[in-house]
Design a protein around this ligand. Structure first.
Ligand SMILES: *[C@@H]1O[C@H](CO)[C@@H](O)[C@H](O)[C@H]1NC(C)=O
Ligand SMILES: *[C@@H]1O[C@H](CO)[C@@H](O)[C@H](O)[C@H]1NC(C)=O
Ligand SMILES: *[C@@H]1O[C@H](CO)[C@@H](O)[C@H](O)[C@H]1NC(C)=O
Ligand SMILES: *[C@@H]1O[C@H](CO)[C@@H](O)[C@H](O)[C@H]1NC(C)=O
Length: 402
């Protein structure tokens, strides 16, 4: 293994020098190789530090050259997959550093206001650095989000599920062991992953995430997005967020943290709009997940694959169609909008059946409602997105846990 990495590394370094046309590819490979080398080094701490520096060097070179938010999202995901890859925590900081830099730089100027603020909010919560900027940055993000979705139009299909996944990851503390939701996710998965847990504990470099901030980000982003009901581009975001909520309904201690601040009334209104175009109610009331005839997974199914909170709704045959190649997996086809609507409604129905305290479904009128306590919730947020981002309205973590 060592020999292979050394060999590959020197080949890549050679290619980097001699074939500049594919520079981006070589840089990324060099970063990965440095990281692998670092990950398998446990004899000599100095050696390990050297390889960490090498890896960081190449990654920051790569992120200066081609800063894509997509890559940042993938890194966030790697923090909370079922068997977390601890050293991703280090790599992600090298990508966040330019975002957190006080002086504007190339990386910052390539992102829109909403994207920049979004990544920065995660960088702050992830690292625990610059906490004093968290609220103003979150405000910047929430206030620019609605117009960002309008401007992105179909591009938000993809951006939306990345954002949804990242926000869910924040709620579980990016896989941090001290996070109570992360803990109950882990417990529910049983003992067969014990050795990996050990590894995670040793590599755990991040500070525990303050859950109230992550919950605020999660619920308020969702509230702003769900208000755009009728917009097909928000469906992947809603799908991902509701897969997360649905999974938590099986974990009473975990849903207890999220339910009080979750916009249930908004959810009921959005679901009722979707029901307006529903052709067959029994498909959403059935126990089996509604699938398209092609049984082809949705792009966000691939993006959620491997996440500890997403496996309840990916049927085992879901990813077995190996005929689909990598580029095609994330390719959007027209029929997917219909399938997403059904999946969102199916999740709504299952969440409502699990506990009518939050969301209710009347199977004779085919209508979603909420408990009287939550009836007023959506009224106090009129159509302007700016007014809905009052930070004071949500209960803080202390109130939830007590
Ligand atoms: C680490 O890097 C330094 C500077 O490049 C080098 O002098 C040193 O020998 C390296 N250490 C090890 C253990 O490889
Ligand atoms: C509605 O869906 C159910 C379950 O998938 C199916 O059995 C039934 O035939 C469908 N009805 C119509 C009218 O398509
Ligand atoms: C469903 O709605 C109908 C009509 O409003 C009402 O009579 C019925 O009691 C409702 N069912 C449930 C379970 O709430
Ligand atoms: C919904 O009602 C419950 C009480 O049943 C309350 O604790 C919760 O904060 C309400 N949620 C919202 C978002 O208003």
């Amino acid at each position: 293994m060592l020999m292979f990495i050394y060999l590959a590394y020197s080949m890549m370094a050679l290619l980097y020098e001699t074939v500049p046309a594919f520079e981006d590819t070589w840089i990324e490979c060099l970063g990965d190789l440095g990281r692998y080398r670092m990950a398998i080094e446990d004899d000599d701490i100095r050696d390990r530090e050297n390889w960490t520096a090498v890896s960081r060097h190449w990654y920051s070179k790569a992120s200066d050259k081609a800063p894509t938010t997509g890559r940042l999202y993938y890194y966030t995901k790697s923090l909370c997959v079922a068997i977390p890859f601890g050293s991703a925590r280090e790599s992600i900081m090298t990508l966040f550093d330019p975002i957190m830099a006080p002086t504007p730089n190339q990386q910052q100027s390539r992102l829109s206001v909403a994207e920049f603020a979004f990544v920065k909010v995660h960088a702050i919560m992830f690292s625990g650095k610059q906490m004093e900027k968290l609220h103003s940055t979150m405000d910047d993000f929430l206030q620019s989000l609605d117009s960002q979705i309008t401007r992105s139009s179909r591009k938000w299909l993809e951006a939306g599920y990345h954002m949804g996944i990242s926000n869910c990851c924040a709620v579980i503390g990016y896989g941090n062991e001290a996070n109570p939701i992360s803990k109950s996710l882990k417990q529910s998965r049983g003992a067969d992953e014990e050795p990996q847990d050990q590894l995670m504990a040793n590599n755990d470099l991040g500070s525990p995430v303050p859950e109230d901030n992550a919950l605020k980000l999660f619920s308020q982003t969702y509230d702003i997005v769900a208000r755009r009901d009728g917009d097909p581009n928000i469906l992947p975001f809603l799908h991902v967020s509701l897969v997360f909520i649905y999974h938590l309904t099986f974990l009473p201690e975990a849903i207890h943290f999220v339910a009080p601040s979750f916009p249930w009334k908004r959810t009921a209104l959005m679901m009722n709009t979707l029901l307006g175009s529903c052709k067959n109610y029994s498909r959403i009331e059935e126990t089996v997940l509604p699938r398209s005839e092609s049984r082809r997974p949705l792009p966000e199914d691939y993006a959620m694959r491997g996440l500890a909170w997403a496996d309840r709704v990916s049927p085992s045959d879901c990813f077995s169609n190996e005929k689909i190649d990598d580029d095609e997996k994330y390719f959007e086809v027209a029929s997917m909008a219909e399938e997403r609507k059904e999946r969102v409604l199916w999740l709504g129905h299952k969440i409502a059946t699990s506990n009518p305290r939050w969301l209710r479904y009347n199977s004779s009128t085919h209508e979603f409602t909420v408990s009287p306590e939550n009836e007023t919730e959506a009224k106090r947020t009129p159509m302007s997105p700016v007014e809905s981002v009052e930070m004071g309205e949500l209960p803080d973590a202390a109130a939830i846990t007590s």
